[in-house]
Design a protein around this ligand. Structure first.
Ligand code: CA
Length: 236
């Protein structure tokens, strides 16, 4: 089986060592870069499966690294940063990062995020996005028929709710910011679209999720956005 290779971009040696030792212990290959230039060159020449990216790099901001890498590839980028502000996370996600972890992080969490990203990539490579049917546990979206069923029962969604769930499903595993979602659905991201998003997301969730498991399919990132998680990653 193909051993996944992770590019670890981190200028702080103790943190870099913690990450690489964790990866090695769990059977992953890795490459390292201590600055942004080296990160971009290694991403281009070695085509890693996933990039772990620190934002505070000595030569350039990590967000610039994301933008550069995104000019040619959709390889998953997981930001690992000490910047914990919502604005920083949103900026990194809107630049094209898939996910973020705030330092200090737990290695279990790091490995869980890595598995989500690898699965997302594997599905993309299988061309699943071309399939007219999306399945996530007991949730099935038929894009051709524009129907959504849960536990075999069809959900009666409004057109906006359908667009919302389709957008999240197309980007399964990836954190989508509020502004990304409102621009995709309404073409704008003013306070009025943000308010609409909250309303439609609440009604969608009511139809989708039982009270005991409010985050069964759609994970909320408070102040940031939403992500559809594979049922098994959400602890199904
Ligand atoms: Ca740093």
């Amino acid at each position: 089986m193909h051993k996944a290779t992770i590019l670890v971009v981190e200028d702080d040696p103790p943190v870099r060592n913690l990450i690489t030792i964790t990866l090695k212990t769990h059977g992953y290959d890795y490459l390292t870069a201590g600055n942004g230039q080296s990160a971009i060159m290694q991403a281009a020449s070695h085509r890693p499966d996933v990039v772990f990216l620190d934002l505070g790099l000595p030569d350039m901001d990590g967000v610039e690294v994301i933008k550069k890498i995104r000019t040619w590839t959709e390889m998953p980028i997981i930001v690992i940063s000490a910047r914990s502000g919502e604005e920083d996370k949103i900026e990194a996600l809107d630049a094209g990062a898939d996910d973020y972890l705030t330092k200090p992080f737990s290695v279990e969490e790091l490995l869980a995020r890595l598995r989500v990203s690898l699965r997302r990539m594997a599905l993309l490579q299988q061309g699943r996005e071309e399939s007219p049917v999306f399945t996530n546990g007991s949730l099935v979206i038929n894009y051709a028929a524009e129907t959504v069923t849960l536990d075999g029962k069809e959900l009666h969604l409004t057109p906006i709710e359908y667009k919302l769930i389709s957008l999240l499903a197309h980007n399964e595993g990836k954190v989508l910011t509020y502004s990304f979602i409102t621009k995709a659905i309404w073409g704008d991201a003013t306070e009025s679209e943000m308010a609409s998003l909250r309303v439609f997301m609440a009604t969608l969730r009511k139809k989708l999720e039982s009270g005991e498991r409010p985050q069964r399919f759609i994970q909320t990132h408070i102040g940031i956005g939403y992500r559809m998680l594979k049922a098994e990653d959400a602890g199904e």
